[in-house]
Design a protein around this ligand. Structure first.
Ligand SMILES: [Zn+2]
Length: 185
């Protein structure tokens, strides 16, 4: 049997923009499916996996009764947070202290809404950091690369014309980084 080598285009589709949402870890795929657990419940955040996606509140789905085989696990988002990983990062440079609080509130609210819509979409952290060679900036990390992109665009929209926005996507690592730099007059 000859070995199958996926073409670059296929790899990009898997890793990039068209990546299907759902279970990301091998572990989830191994635990769920015919002959295995019907429902996976995250022991950290209580999100549950059923029918190819993660949902909030098992109690809202009375059809998933005791007869189902429920297995406790750790969802990909909690796993990512636990192992200090992320898929999206936003860096905000030179934000004046007067608008920093507003930006942080915006991020918090946006993160809450994203999480409500999809339990795998989370803002992991918001912090002011200083890195050698990279200067001072506000760093926001998210579990999903698309979430970081959307949030960066939102900040840029809300503070219209005040930031220079650039977005880059590493196909290799499947991470997105957005940079917002405050325009100094
Ligand atoms: Zn979880």
């Amino acid at each position: 049997m000859s070995q199958y080598y996926p073409r670059q285009k296929e790899l990009n589709e898997v890793r990039g923009h068209f990546k299907p949402r759902g279970p990301k870890s091998k572990k989830i795929e191994q635990e769920y499916g015919p002959g295995k657990a019907d429902v996976l419940v995250c022991k950290t955040c209580k999100a549950f996996y059923w029918y190819k996606s993660w949902h909030h509140n098992l109690a809202d789905y009375p059809e998933l009764n005791q007869k189902k085989r429920i297995k406790f696990t750790v969802c990909p988002a909690c796993q990512m947070i636990k192992s200090n990983k992320y898929e999206g990062e936003i860096r905000i440079y030179k934000a004046p202290s007067g608008i920093k609080k507003g930006i942080k509130d915006l991020i918090r609210n946006y993160g809450k809404r994203a999480f409500k819509d999809d339990p795998m979409d989370r803002v992991i952290s918001v912090e002011d950091v200083t890195l050698r060679g990279q200067g001072k900036f506000m760093r926001i990390r998210t579990t999903e690369n698309q979430l970081a992109k959307r949030l960066a665009k939102k900040i840029s929209e809300v503070y219209r014309g005040k930031f220079e926005l650039s977005i880059s996507h590493s196909k290799k690592e499947d991470t997105a980084r957005a940079t917002l730099t405050f325009k100094e007059k």
